[in-house]
Design a protein around this ligand. Structure first.
Ligand SMILES: [Zn+2]
Length: 109
């Protein structure tokens, strides 16, 4: 990043900020697809034929991770939220890097 001019950093930052979208859809997590065992003895799942696969959202919250069941009907919407969030987070991370560089160059304003 050191060969890039402050002017270029500022314009890249502006472009990134302009690319952020739909922040109200922010949903941080990872979609997982997993088979499950049920509670009934003698069910085929006890022989390894698991039920599902079902969709879960793995979320990291307050220092611990947990999974939340995602109904089939909600899967597409959750997927869109997660994708929007990943795109925005990638842009925010790049903006943060640019701001660090601007601070080093005493050009953060
Ligand atoms: Zn079963």
């Amino acid at each position: 990043m050191s060969e890039v001019s402050v002017r270029q950093l500022l314009s890249r930052r502006r472009r990134l900020a302009g690319g952020l979208s739909e922040s109200e859809r922010t949903l941080r997590g990872v979609l997982l697809s997993e088979g499950r065992r049920c509670s009934s003895e003698g069910c085929r799942c006890r022989r390894g034929e698991l039920h599902g696969p079902y969709t879960y959202l793995a979320v990291y919250d307050d220092g611990r991770s947990r999974t939340i069941y995602v109904p089939q009907t909600a899967r597409a919407v959750v997927e869109e939220h997660v994708q929007v969030t990943q795109r925005n987070d990638a842009m925010l991370a790049e903006i943060a890097q640019i701001n660090l560089e601007l601070l080093r160059r005493r050009a953060l304003g």
